[in-house]
Design a protein around this ligand. Sequence first.
Ligand SMILES: [Zn+2]
Length: 473
Amino acid sequence: MLDLVIRGGTVVTPQGAGAWDVGIQGERIAAIAAPGTLPSEAGRVIDAAGKLVIPGGIDPHVHTHWPIPALGGGFMTSAPPEQVSRAAICGGTTTLVDFAVWEPGMTIARAIDEKEAVWRPGYTDHALHVMLQGAVPPEVIAEIPEAIQAGFPSLKIFTTDVRPIGKGRMIRLGHLWAIMETAAKHGGILAIHAEDDDLVMYMYERLEREGRTDIQHMPLVHSAMSEDISFRRVLRLARYVEGAAVYFVHVSAGAGVEAIAEARGAGLAIYGETLHHYATFTADAYLRPDGVLFHTYPSLKHEEDRQRLWTGLRNGTLSTVATDELCTPRAVKVRSRHVADATGGHVGVETRVPIIYTEGVSKRGMSLERFADVTSTNAAKILGLYPKKGALAPGSDADLVIFDPTVRRALRAEDLHGSDYSAWEGWEVHGWPAAVILRGQVAVESGKLIPGPGNGRRVSGKLAAAIQDGPAV
Ligand SMILES: [Zn+2]
């Protein structure tokens, strides 16, 4: 007997969207069947008539329990996995990809263990990127194949220190090359925050000198030019490394989209992520009195960039929409308008899927298949979680969202579960999750989280060969 049958919905499967019934046994999808053909006796039947049934969202870029440095010294820590994953599942995301941070003196295995210890309990499943930094010693680079084997195929790299404080993250070209070669040989992919550090740091100094330190000038520091030059430097390097696969995180500028399109056109295994934040706001938001609330690194850009991000999402140049979540209270987010001291990241895991549905499907005519690709499927493929995650297909984990496209509501931070603010305060969404199911268990019903501890687990990744062979998604 099936444990759960979801009947009457429009189901988005790898073969396209259509009228199907979904049968779930235990933690997995047992069948996708023609309407009315599954056995009528089942543990439970949910009627999804008039609703969409989509793969549970996968957010490929989330920071939980993350240190936030302050210009005056010291730091605080962003929200833990429990809080972030609670918000995520309420918004239709069932898997978060967070970071295990390697620090000098550690092994990669210890970095993973330390993050895993923080990840209990979670309301969603999760995977981890391994973040490397600085002049990574050869013995740590030699640990990369073992980490990939253990289910951690993606390595996060910064090509800039991002801010004048908290330096040490930047990985220079030589080390980047060595890490890229090792990853390429052993089935790994680099997740890169690519900006030109010389340009970024020069602009911080120059704006300080000129007394132009207000947040409104951030696009001059974390500029489109910097993104363009750094992307192309990485892309040039990738041409010399057989099997190199690169996933550019938080693409913010039209120039970044263009660089990715050219590389993909040349057959390189290059993938791009943007944020729903960058797809909905521009640098004009910095001018508001609470403008810093809208900042996330690199920076908001301009209307033309925003339009090119949408073009990239629709035509396939960009593969995923993430959040770069860094969940803090509003007071921490808005505490300083100084360009060198702006709190990065934002609170977006709960709004990501509904905002992309609203702005992409409802307003721009994005297909349902493409919507599922950019909010779930492609992240699973690029990070080696597919088809366990990211697919409504027999054998896949029963992670799914019954999404009600008839809902019209204005978003209010007080109704959401992340923090005491939302950048989308007052935005009208066209649709919201009616139910969210994680590995066969109903976690959210009638839009409400079912009380109880989280049921989340870690998922291992293993890249399909196609991901390294060329632009596969
Ligand atoms: Zn990030």
